[in-house]
Each structure stands twice: as structure tokens, then as C-alpha cells.
Write a protein that binds this ligand. Structure first.
Ligand code: PMP
Ligand code: GLN
Length: 460
């Protein structure tokens, strides 16, 4: 009979350096590391930011209709964005901002907000440019700036002293003098993220005005990541810095349909800005991905048209989603308080950060002994308690990381947070495959819920 023999060929080792210098030092990534651990240990995932439920039914229908909508839905579309989508995005945000937005010249559709950020940094940041980044920051800003040849310059949000009242992301502030001191002739751009990931801070008008004044004074661009723009709580209101006087001309606003419609797997994002800036993003776009997938763009266009029609009413998903998340947010805060933690109540977004220093957990895993405390704590939480969070020091620059290793971040866009172990495991079962994109655990769903609930009521 036949049998196979495995032949091991010698690996070709090049005598020259294999990798380009631009990838050097960026091989570690918090999402790669922690999603792998979460998948290996098959734990309840309150770590990575994605919903454990699907997009609303009107979006699912729109996607199905798109897929069945004829040949053109399966072929290339306009490189810089499916016409129907750029038109409705321009119309939708034009109304909000009270200005005419040119859909063809001022909106660019990208592969999620990630790609919009990448196009922006590649197109606008040059060798030797400085880019100011507000800490804590969504981790990818740092490598993206550096891969473009820029130098990140960090400005931290700092917690003000509060006594008595519950902690809030509103207590984390920039020092205006410190911000001003970071601007110099080499400064090309400042990156802000409101509502902020991980803190949930929603920047107020005076804070944005302070940043805008500095941008105008020093002729600096603003890159404003607003992927959580619809998620604000307790009467907070999201303000677009591009809507402040003199800022449209120098701001790139970045958004995500993944975050807006709870469809992170569709990877539809956009950059919106004045045409004289956007044309450079287009150059990078046409020389990287060129097209983005057609069918999800059609579905997102249908979703935006619907939201345009019902804007400001009870029917609007952009109003319903934060209302739904509000309950999960309070439940998570209550659970964390019940185990002696002091969560920072977010004004927006879908993350909650908490100080863990009060827990005094013995961490003696020798494999992690050289890592920051929050990394070790989260690894312990995953391995020993079956629950995943994300260490917050990963959202800080190397120079400030050591000062912020007592915080971890939980994601609350999760159905599981409202589950009652006995009564609602069936409902959770329905969402179960969604919660574990890397493969289902061997255990039964109720056991997982039980483990999570156990943590949330009694951790140590
Ligand atoms: N910016 C922030 C602040 C984020 O949290 C994320 C994570 N989704 C992104 C950008 C990337 O978004 P997308 O999934 O649309 O690429
Ligand atoms: N933005 C999400 C988060 O902060 C997802 C990030 C990712 O998967 N790379 O959790």
C-alpha cells in the first residue's frame, strides 16, 4: 500500500536581514496575546470589545438583501466607497454638523476604523513629525504613528482627587498647560478619542475648545477617533471637534459601522474630512486595499438611511443601544463594587475601568513574573477564575506604563452581564457562539455563566 513519508527540508536562512525595519519592535500586540489566551482557556470574555449579540434585525435583513441583491453586490464597487454609502454618510453627518459634506471628496470608506486610522497616519505623518497622543489611548495609535516614521508624544489624562462620591471618567482631566507644552514646530497632529477607550471619558466642549485653540495656533491637524459616538450615558452628549469653528479644515473624523451598529465583523469604517486632506488618504487607500467589500457597505447604507429617517425618535437604534447598555453598565459597576472594587463609571463607550490594587491577590505564576501587575492579574483571572478582562497599562506609553498597572478594563456590551444563571441560560445559549468566535468551550454554557457570576459576586 501507500504511505506518506514526511520529508523535512532544511529551512532557507537568508544571510541578509529578512524583515523591514518598520516592523521591528511591533510584534507584540495586546489583542493577539489576550484573545489567544481567552481562546485557549475558553473563558467568559469581558475583555475584547465586541458584542456577544448580533446587529439589530433591520441590519441583518439589509445584509441578507444585499447578498441576494444581484451580481453587482458581489463585484468591486467604487474604490473610495460605495456611492450609496458615502452619500448617506455625508447627508447624515452633514445634518448633525450643520454643513454640506461632499460625499465623493470628503468621505472615505475603509476596512473598519483601524484602516481609516492607518490611512490617516500613513498619508499625513512624515519622518520626524511629532504626533501628540492623549493617554490612555487605543493601543494601535502608537505603532501606527511610528510605522509612518513619526514620533509619538504623550499627554496623560490624570484623575483628580475625589472623596466620597463614586469615581467617574469625568474626573480624568488634561492639564491645559501641560498640553500646550507638547506643541512645537515639529508637531503635525494630535490624536483624541471621544468617548475614550478604555476610560469612557466623553470630552466636554471646553476641553475640545482648548485642544482646538492649540491646533489652530500651531497649525496642527486633529485626528478624532469617534467610533463610540452614539454611546453616551446620563445625559452626556458627544461633540465632534470638527464642528468647532476653524476645525473642519484640520480634522480627520474617524467612525465605525462595527461599533455604531454592533457589527464589528463587517469591518466597515470611514474617515471624513475636508477634501484637501482626504485626497491624501485616498492616495494611500488606492495603493493598499483599493476596494472595500461591497455587500456590507450596501447594508450599512440602508442602516444609515433608516437612522437618518428616525433620528432623534424612540425608534432610533443610536438611541436604543445606549439605553440597553446603560443597564449592563450599572450591573457591572454594582458587581465590581460588591467585590470591593471601585469602578470608574464611564460617561460613554462600552468599557469600564477599575482599580484592582485593593484586591491583594497573590500572583505567583513564574511565567508572568516580569510583566506589569495588571497583565499578571488578568492572566490569573483568566486561568483561575474563568473570566477575561484587559490590562489597562497596555493603553499607556512605555514611559507611563509603570504608573498605571493597577487598572483593568471590562467590556459591558455583553448579554451575559444581564443573565440570571438559572433562568436565562437558554437565552445565553442562543448568543453563545457569538461570545466565543475562536471556538466553543467544552463546558456547558450554564457552567460558564456560573463561573462569571461567581467572580462578579465573590472574587478573591
Ligand atoms: N478606535 C477605537 C477607539 C476602538 O476601540 C476600535 C476597536 N474597534 C477601533 C478604533 C477599530 O474599529 P474597527 O473595528 O471599526 O476597525
Ligand atoms: N476596540 C476593541 C477593544 O478595544 C477591539 C480591539 C481589537 O480587537 N483589536 O477591545
Amino acid at each position: 500500500g501507500w504511505f506518506l513519508v514526511r520529508i523535512t527540508l532544511p529551512r532557507t536562512i537568508m544571510s541578509r536581514q529578512l524583515h523591514a525595519r518598520r516592523v521591528e519592535g511591533f510584534d507584540k500586540n495586546i489583542w493577539v496575546e489576550f484573545t489567544q489566551l481567552i481562546s485557549d482557556y475558553k473563558v467568559v470574555n469581558l475583555g475584547q470589545g465586541f458584542p456577544d449579540f448580533g446587529p439589530p434585525s433591520f441590519m441583518q435583513e439589509a445584509y441578507c438583501n444585499a447578498i441576494c441583491g444581484g451580481a453587482s453586490m458581489h463585484q468591486y464597487t467604487r474604490a473610495f466607497g460605495y456611492p450609496r454609502l458615502v452619500k448617506i454618510i455625508a447627508k447624515f453627518f452633514g445634518r448633525i454638523m450643520g454643513r454640506e459634506i461632499d460625499p465623493m471628496e470628503e468621505v472615505l470608506i475603509t476596512v473598519g476604523a483601524y484602516h481609516a486610522l492607518f490611512c490617516t497616519f500613513q498619508a499625513l505623518v512624515d519622518e520626524g513629525d511629532e504626533v501628540i497622543i492623549v493617554e490612555p489611548f487605543f493601543d494601535c495609535y502608537e505603532p501606527m504613528v511610528m510605522m509612518a516614521g513619526g514620533t509619538p508624544v504623550y499627554i496623560p489624562l490624570k484623575p483628580k482627587e475625589v472623596t466620597g462620591s463614586a469615581l467617574s471618567s469625568a474626573d480624568w482631566l488634561l492639564c491645559p498647560e501641560e498640553v500646550a507644552s507638547k506643541f512645537n514646530p515639529r508637531t503635525k497632529a494630535i490624536v483624541i478619542n471621544t468617548p475614550n477607550n478604555p476610560l469612557g471619558k466623553v470630552f466636554q466642549r471646553d476641553e475640545l475648545q482648548m485642544i482646538a485653540d492649540l491646533c489652530i495656533k500651531h497649525d496642527v491637524l486633529c485626528i478624532s477617533d469617534e467610533v463610540y459616538e452614539w454611546l453616551t450615558y446620563d445625559g452626556e452628549h458627544h461633540i465632534k471637534i470638527a464642528s468647532l469653528p476653524g476645525m473642519w479644515e484640520r480634522t480627520v473624523t474617524i467612525g465605525s459601522a462595527g461599533k455604531s451598529f454592533c457589527a464589528t465583523g463587517w469591518k466597515v469604517g470611514w474617515a471624513m474630512c475636508s477634501g484637501h486632506i482626504l485626497k491624501h488618504l485616498k492616495t494611500f487607500h488606492q495603493n493598499s486595499v483599493y476596494h472595500c467589500p461591497t455587500a456590507p457597505q450596501e447594508a450599512v447604507a440602508v442602516g444609515f438611511q433608516r437612522e437618518y429617517d428616525v433620528f432623534g425618535t424612540e425608534e432610533s437604534y443610536f438611541r436604543q443601544l445606549p439605553a440597553q447598555l446603560h443597564a449592563k453598565r450599572l450591573k457591572l459597576a454594582k458587581s465590581l463594587r460588591s467585590v470591593g472594587l471601585q469602578p470608574i463609571l464611564p460617561q460613554g463607550g462600552y468599557f469600564m475601568t477599575t482599580d484592582i490594587s485593593s484586591l491583594k491577590v497573590e500572583l505567583n505564576d513564574p511565567d508572568t513574573k516580569d510583566e506589569p501587575y495588571d497583565y499578571r492579574f488578568v492572566k490569573w483571572l483568566i486561568k483561575e477564575k474563568g473570566l477575561a478582562a484587559i490590562p489597562v497599562s497596555g493603553f499607556y506609553s512605555p514611559e507611563h506604563r509603570a504608573d498605571f498597572q493597577n487598572y483593568i478594563r471590562f467590556c459591558f456590551v455583553k448579554v451575559i452581564l444581564l443573565m440570571d444563571i438559572q433562568n436565562e441560560s437558554e437565552q445565553y445559549r442562543e448568543n453563545y457562539t457569538c461570545a466565543f468566535p475562536h471556538g466553543l468551550p467544552d463546558q456547558d454554557p450554564p457552567k460558564h455563566i456560573a463561573r462569571t457570576a461567581l467572580f462578579l459576586t465573590k472574587v478573591a
